[in-house]
Design a protein around this ligand. Structure first.
Ligand SMILES: [Zn+2]
Length: 303
């Protein structure tokens, strides 16, 4: 099942429901007046669904912008070559070598994501000739739409975000959490291998761009982008302080989870419901684990 919603005029949110999980992975398609451009590519398991959905929109798919080369963000993009063999795929220069050779990310992704990685599947190959490496600050105009490239490392070294004008939509990828609308809760995207200092700096960089809307890959487009980014920063402060303490006191990651539930008031409010959402709770656990390992590494290096 795929659910398509025209959330803003000419802006389509496509919930791909990989493995039957709804509200988990979305792709955004925009009608530029000179063809369709897509942001993110979903997981490989949804590649055919994405291709068939885009076939139903007015115009050819000309460009794909991917935030980073994690399997749930770009795995299905290669399926779009069947719609347009000349599609231009915009990728961070640190991720471009993965496009023709998805094995680079497939094995570590299965390891990190476990059963969810098996559902997402191995990414489609994308020939190098389709890849377009970006530079921070690039602006690309296609028809009525301009896309600004903002490099946002932290969650991954090869992460970039996009500001899409004229709406000022921030396509945020995994740079600033997973927004669970039903719970009004943000799950940090602090999975391994994390650079927490860069993750925080990237969020500040995005706030400075003053976006109007924020389109989360996980999983929807909402207004009040700056409020949500600021809220996430405050939450990260709570999470980081708790994690540093737990590491200093030589407690484990399970204890950390308990302490976070006590101190993150939003988490306290939604924790039981979050635990019943299998895929989302899996990602939450990975986020807690990633932050724990980041601060444990720092502590070890200090000695
Ligand atoms: Zn990611």
């Amino acid at each position: 099942m795929v659910r398509v919603v025209e959330t803003l005029r000419n802006v389509y949110q496509i919930d791909l429901e990989p493995g039957g999980f709804s509200n988990l992975v979305s792709v955004y398609a925009i009608n530029t007046g000179k063809g369709i451009i897509v942001f993110e590519g979903g997981a490989a398991v949804s590649g055919n669904d994405l291709k068939n959905t885009l076939r139903g929109l007015p115009g050819t798919v000309t460009h794909a912008f991917i935030t980073h080369v994690h399997i749930d963000h770009y795995g299905g993009t290669g399926a779009l070559l069947e719609l347009n063999p000349n599609i231009e795929v915009y990728v961070h220069p640190r991720g471009s070598k993965v496009l023709p050779n998805p094995d680079i990310v497939w094995a570590p992704a299965r390891e990190a994501l476990g059963w969810l990685g098996e559902i997402y599947g191995k990414p489609f190959e994308i020939p190098s000739r389709n890849a377009r490496e970006t530079k921070d600050g690039d602006r690309i105009t296609i028809g009525d739409v301009t896309v600004e490239i903002v490099h946002t490392p932290g969650h991954a070294s090869h992460h970039q975000s996009f500001i899409v004008e004229p709406w000022k939509i921030l396509i945020v990828g995994d740079a600033a959490g997973i927004y669970v609308k039903d719970l009004d809760y943000i799950i940090p995207t602090t999975m391994e291998p994390l650079r927490f200092d860069m993750y925080v700096d990237s969020i500040k960089k995005l706030i400075a761009k003053n976006p109007s809307y924020i389109a989360y890959t996980h999983h929807l487009l909402v207004p009040n982008a700056v409020d949500l980014l600021n809220r996430h920063l405050r939450q990260l402060d709570v999470w980081a302080k708790a994690t540093e303490e737990v590491v200093r006191e030589r407690l484990g990651v399970k204890e950390l989870e308990g302490i976070l539930v006590e101190r993150d008031q939003d988490l306290k409010r939604v924790y039981d419901r979050l635990r019943s959402m299998k895929a989302h709770y899996h990602l939450f656990s990975m986020a807690v684990d990633g932050l724990y390992k980041y601060f444990l590494d720092l502590e070890t290096k200090r000695k």
